[in-house]
Design a binder for this molecule. Structure first.
Ligand code: TGC
Ligand code: FAD
Length: 387
């Protein structure tokens, strides 16, 4: 497995164990059906509880059943899952970074004890509703509203492109609190079986096919006042969750890129043309050398992010650089790997074209490549260029 500058030599025992457990899970439970699930457009729901049993949901959190593993261990987990398929990593990272994290960081004691253990075990599935039909890159423009009505809030609005929504028991819904001064954005824990909630599946996706994606409709949905996350208000609530998830994506994308590289290297060594393996031709070697170099740079960035996160020095801009760079690397690597596989590369028998299709989503969600460019641009110049 590509680890050119021996980063894995420094892993501790727990990190190795988590990496190996996730790698074995992907080999046994994800890879064999990944092509079929992609073709059928189905998320393998049987993996939800299996991943829970293996402790794959937010193991970097502390308490309520989470073991507080290192940020490197968490990153390696995301890397191995995405080497299998981005849909599986997406399920785990939404559950952990976008649902368990906000409850852990901003929830009441009661919300934490009610939801964290069941989400952690995979008994309950969560989703994160931020994007709306008219507000994608600029979620601060959201229209979904919450109005206080006695001991309850009434929620109205719609969210779209929501990973896990059709299979979720709980939605973290971000809405404008119209009953408070300044209409601040607040997070609400909404059970999906409440009256007025709909979670329709989005069909026809050509990317991230092995993932369940849906819309959330909220039509006069009454939730108790204690469903609001009490400890956060404003855009930093959802944006801080995105920082956690983007961190996982920066690692995950390296896994997808590595899987493409390994497939291409092995194919190039096996495939004979003009009397020998195609790996003997300089053109193919250049492609492998470039892929290996870019993947190694992505790994270095991911490992450095883990160190900064452990020290409490990780800034959202660091994560933007890594998400932006590593997803671009995976997108490019998957295309070149497919090239090396020739005609055989366009089928689901091999992973690169599936990863290539998945990367179109990963390049777009959690802040598009352009948005991360602008976040970095602002950091480097002090000039905001979004508006
Ligand atoms: P802005 O005025 O810049 O900031 C508002 C407040 O938030 C703070 N902040 C952050 N905090 C933590 N992490 C971050 N990444 C943060 N970015 C900003 C900021 O310090 C400020 O705090 P305070 O205390 O001063 O109030 O906010 P803005 O509304 O202008 O936003 C700027 C922008 C464009 C960067 C932001 O809207 C953005 O990132 N847009 C991209 C939207 C996006 O990423 N959507 C993702 C939806 S979820 C998803 O895609 C899940 S896919 C999951 C899967 O399947 O894996
Ligand atoms: P838009 O914001 O309309 O952008 C369209 C294009 O314009 C992009 O190329 C963008 O980069 C560019 N653009 C936008 N603004 C600017 C600017 N200021 N300067 C330059 N260029 C700009 N969301 C959730 O809340 N929860 C989820 O679980 C979730 N899961 C998803 C799963 C999938 C499969 C997909 C595809 C999306 C998911 N999303 C989710 C939504 C995702 O976060 C959004 O698609 C993303 O933020 C971009 O928003 P948009 O699609 O509306 O594109």
């Amino acid at each position: 497995m590509l680890d050119f500058v021996r980063l894995e030599a420094d892993l501790d025992e727990e990190e190795r164990l988590i990496r190996d457990t996730a790698r074995e899970f992907v080999d046994d439970r994800v890879r064999p059906d990944a092509g079929d699930n992609f073709e059928a457009g189905t998320f393998p729901t049987e993996l939800v509880s299996e991943m829970g049993e293996l402790g794959f949901y937010a193991p970097n959190l502390e308490g309520y059943g989470s073991p507080n593993v290192s940020e490197t261990a968490y990153g390696l987990l995301m890397q191995e899952l995405e080497a299998g398929d981005s849909g599986v990593r997406s399920m785990a990272s939404v559950q952990g970074a976008l649902v368990m994290y906000p409850i852990h960081a901003y929830g009441s004691e009661r919300q934490k004890s009610e939801w964290l253990p069941t989400l952690g075990s995979g008994e309950a599935v969560g989703c994160f509703g931020l994007t709306e039909p008219e507000h994608g890159s600029n979620p601060a423009g959201m229209e979904t509203s919450a109005r206080r009505d006695g001991d309850e809030y009434l929620l109205n609005g719609s969210k779209t492109w929501i990973t896990n929504a059709p299979i979720a028991d709980l939605a973290v819904v971000w809405a404008r609190d119209r009953s408070s001064e300044g209409d601040p954005i607040r997070g609400f824990l909404v059970e999906t079986d409440r009256d007025g909630v709909t979670t329709n599946e989005i069909t026809g996706k050509l990317s991230l096919r092995a993932s369940s994606t849906g819309e959330i409709g909220l039509n006069d949905v009454a939730v108790p006042a204690e469903s609001v996350l009490p400890d956060v208000s404003g855009m930093k609530g959802p944006l801080s969750c995105l920082t956690q998830a983007r961190y996982g994506i920066a690692w995950g994308a390296v896994g997808a890129a590595r899987d493409c590289f390994e497939q291409a290297r092995s194919y190039a060594l096996d495939r004979d043309q003009f009397g020998g393996p195609i790996a003997q031709f300089q053109l193919q070697q250049e492609k492998l050398a470039e892929m290996a170099t870019q993947i190694t740079l992505g790994q270095l960035l991911a490992y450095r992010l883990a160190e900064l996160k452990e020290r409490g020095e990780l800034r959202p801009q660091h994560v933007s650089m890594a998400k932006r760079n590593n997803v671009r690397t995976a997108r490019e690597t998957s295309r070149v790997a497919r090239e090396i596989l020739g005609g055989n590369g366009i089928t689901t028998d091999h992973s690169p074209m599936r990863h290539m299709a998945n990367m179109e989503t990963v390049y777009t969600y959690e802040g598009t490549h352009d948005i991360h460019t602008l976040i970095l641009g602002e950091e480097l110049t002090g000039i905001q260029a979004f508006r």
